[in-house]
Design a protein around this ligand. Structure first.
Ligand SMILES: O=C(CO)[C@H](O)[C@H](O)[C@H](O)CO
Ligand SMILES: [Mn+2]
Length: 289
């Protein structure tokens, strides 16, 4: 098991440059940095080559996260949007591969966060999502990339809210590089049992996000970490465990994640680094790796 952190912990914008964080997370002792792929198509080949070199020099693996926008939604009822979504993913995956990234996770099958001001068509969106992921799976596989379909809570997406729904979706897609992704923050809202949800995903679990129920770093709240660790061991999970803390207000990250109060307790960057380092030690101890 390898441990990582989403660099957005320190930032306000999904567009924030991730290059400078590679060395920082290495110094904090992480194995992985998760980067936002939302704006990766704006990076030049020289930028990506420099970041890849920095990752190699620092012994860091990269993974990618993404919340596709409404205009790139693979499950849209509008065929032109689905087409734009496919083109966006092909370009994004091509650039992601330049960083030797093998895992991209998020609401790849849909868009994020969902606009609930209009009625949603869960069945239709799910069916088009299966087709959309099926349509990009081989492209990703040829680049050695796994597509990890994140199960999100009801307030952020309607298509997949439980591990059981995620597993059924992934089985219907039926491609070896399409996997289920779970996140303790979302599980805490939707699942009856953390252990059961992880066991339900079993060998299909491809990526795992951690965070407390208020999205602070692991170890400071009331998440049942021992139960989670036992279940991950039980299914012999050897993939990435990436903490995804969101603690700062402001910017598009603050508004998309709905952080309306300072969850850092006024921490400066040095204290945020220390919190991340402590959360890593806690995660290695309680989850393994
Ligand atoms: O858990 C999440 C959203 O609540 C997601 O992992 C990411 O934040 C999203 O895909 C943006 O990268
Ligand atoms: Mn997540």
């Amino acid at each position: 098991m390898k441990h990582g952190i989403y660099y957005s912990y320190w930032e306000h914008e999904w567009s924030a440059k991730f290059g400078p964080y590679v060395e920082k997370v290495a110094k904090l002792g992480f194995d992985i940095i998760e980067v936002a792929a939302h704006h990766i198509n704006e990076y030049s080949d020289a930028d990506l080559a420099a970041i890849n070199k920095s990752a190699k020099d620092n012994g860091i693996i990269l993974t990618a996260g993404i919340g596709p926008s409404k205009t790139k939604n693979l499950s849209s009822p509008d065929a032109d949007v689905r087409k734009a979504g496919k083109a966006f993913f092909e370009q994004t995956l091509t650039n992601v591969a330049k960083l030797d990234i093998k895992t991209i996770g998020g609401a790849l099958h849909s868009y994020w966060p969902v606009d609930y001001s209009k009625p949603v068509d869960k069945e239709g969106d799910r069916a088009r999502g299966v087709e959309g992921i099926h349509g990009i799976a081989d492209f990703a596989n040829n680049l050695g990339i796994n597509l990890c379909i994140e199960v999100l809570n009801r307030f952020e997406n309607h298509v997949l809210n439980t591990a059981a729904e995620g597993v059924a979706f992934v089985k219907e897609v039926g491609k070896p590089n399409v996997k289920v992704m779970l996140d303790t923050f979302h599980m805490n809202i939707e699942e009856d049992s953390f252990g059961e949800a992880i066991r339900t995903a079993g060998p299909l679990l491809g990526h795992f996000h951690t965070g407390e129920s208020n999205r602070r770093v692991p170890g400071v709240g009331r998440m049942p970490w021992h139960e989670i660790g036992l279940a991950l061991r039980e299914i012999n999970y050897t993939g990435a465990v990436v903490m995804e803390p969101f603690v700062k207000t402001g910017g598009t990250i603050g508004s998309d994640i709905k952080v309306w109060r300072d969850l850092t307790n006024g921490a400066d960057e040095a204290k945020m680094d220390e919190d991340a380092r402590n959360a890593l030690a806690f995660s290695r101890f309680v989850l393994g790796g």
